[in-house]
Design a protein around this ligand. Sequence first.
Ligand code: NAD
Ligand code: UFG
Length: 347
Amino acid sequence: MNILLTGGAGYIGSHTFIALREAGFEPVILDNFSNSHPVVLERLEQITGRPATLERGDVLDTAWVQDVLRRHEPAGVVHFAGDKAVGESVANPLKYFHNNISGAVSLLRAMDAVYASVSAPTSADPPTLVFSSSATVYGDPATVPITEDFSLSHTNPYGHSKLVIEEMLTSLRLASPAWRVGVLRYFNPAGAHPSGLIGEDPADIPNNLMPYVTQVAVGMRPHVNVFGNDYATPDGTGVRDFIHVQDLAAGHVAALQALLSKGESFTVNLGTGRGVSVLEVIRAVEHASGRPIPHVFAPRRAGDVAQCYADPSLAKRLLGWEAKRSLDEMCADAWRWQSSNPNGYRG
Ligand code: NAD
Ligand code: UFG
């Protein structure tokens, strides 16, 4: 059963590729490599023992995406493709509205045309989509842990784009009930495949904590800037729900299996339910790498919230999924990837 992964060469998509193959699906990668590297295909072949199928191109090209869908006839599509740097989105919102929102519209129109859902709502082959959303749609949550019924808002154009896409999917399902849609709100993905062959490969200075900390551990950067130590949290630093990317990948398999077998749409959090502070992450990477990690306290980063962690019980109830891996495993796997590929896929 083919599954199309838009953005499948990226960090989460490449890990999901492996999980899908292990579960008996045949994933097809659609990517324009705007934020990834073709070497990932060789690594996926090394890990899974078979070549990966690639469709190189842009999700904004609706006619081409239609052609891809017709040729591969996927039973489902996972839409990872998009831009994800919060700071860049503030500086260049149109880039985010175009690539993320127009990209989603392009994919949905292509799927709609191919699966003809509007004219045949009882079609035997309903369009089936899993969408990569984010905990960013909760804005600054009033309390933690966060359940899916919390109010939604945005604090930057990236978050705005995710919210708009979620709303578009709701409208689409109202108009065309045949659509089966799983919206996955990821918390903070971290870690890497235990082989050390694939992992997160930021093109520039990492925005996210885990790759920054592992780059300090490997000696690429002098110290970690800890953004804020005066939050109302146990040690004063920000608290997040770091989830192993392998657990996240398993969440996509569970989501597709649920959509394909039960046909019910859903929106769920994918997190561990545990809040971990910035200082705890630094200590865990020190432990995993055996190296001291210097850090300095810096002012709060604009737009950051004090605490953000999931109540993941709905995903367990609906999908039978829960995160299994610990923070130590995340850090050990992130360190293995970083130390064996200091320059990521660029060698
Ligand atoms: P990533 O940048 O590693 O992967 C995205 C992939 O999409 C890249 O391979 C990129 O080349 C591709 N892409 C971008 N625009 C494209 C286009 N127009 N056409 C074809 N391919 C295109 O990012 P990731 O961390 O794997 O994130 C995947 C998804 O999950 C994104 O939608 C992101 O917003 C969402 N998400 C990520 C995080 C996180 O912290 N990593 C958290 C929440 C949500
Ligand atoms: N942090 C530092 N120093 C750094 C980087 C981060 O102290 O160099 C801190 C942040 O201030 C925050 C925590 O580490 O307290 C986590 O920051 P990240 O940038 O790793 O993650 P965020 O929670 O800010 O955002 C991430 C993704 C978003 C996504 C969100 C969902 O970047 O795309 O998770 O919760 F929307």
